[in-house]
Design a protein around this ligand. Structure first.
Ligand code: ZN
Length: 134
């Protein structure tokens, strides 16, 4: 892993959370983006070389809606930047981590992403993210 790219945080209301996080972090969010395929609306804050990604559900079937119902607001995933996402996925699968998607998919912020099941990653949903797929 190259660095922590971002930390994903589930919130009930993106507008309210944006105000609180702007006060907390001392910066405004720099974009809001909907990822229809995941049923989420996201906003991003820059914190040094990493980012905070706030996630709001856009439907009841959204994984974020289910997470909020079960656990409430809080840290949803940690995203690590990788250079070669295919190589990282293969390497981690060989080490026994369970991939939630077998091919990288288009995520928020123009990234290619893949997720590891929390059960095989110490209870934390892990996102791998890369600038491009080769
Ligand atoms: Zn993320």
């Amino acid at each position: 892993m190259d660095k922590i790219e971002h930390i994903g945080i589930a919130v009930h209301n993106l507008e309210k959370a944006n105000v609180m996080y702007a006060a907390l972090l001392g910066v405004e969010h720099y974009k809001i983006e909907e990822v229809a395929s995941e049923g989420v609306r996201t906003s991003f804050f820059k914190v040094g070389e990493s980012k905070i990604e706030l996630l709001e559900a856009t439907s009841k079937e959204s994984p974020i809606a289910k997470f909020l119902a079960k656990k409430g607001e809080g840290i949803h995933h940690i995203a690590y930047a990788v250079e070669d996402i295919h190589a990282a996925m293969q390497d981690l699968a060989e080490k026994g981590f369970t991939l939630l998607n077998q091919e990288p998919k288009k995520g928020a912020d123009n990234k290619w992403v893949a997720f590891l099941h929390p059960k095989t990653a110490g209870g934390v949903l892990v996102e791998l993210c890369a600038e491009r797929v080769d």
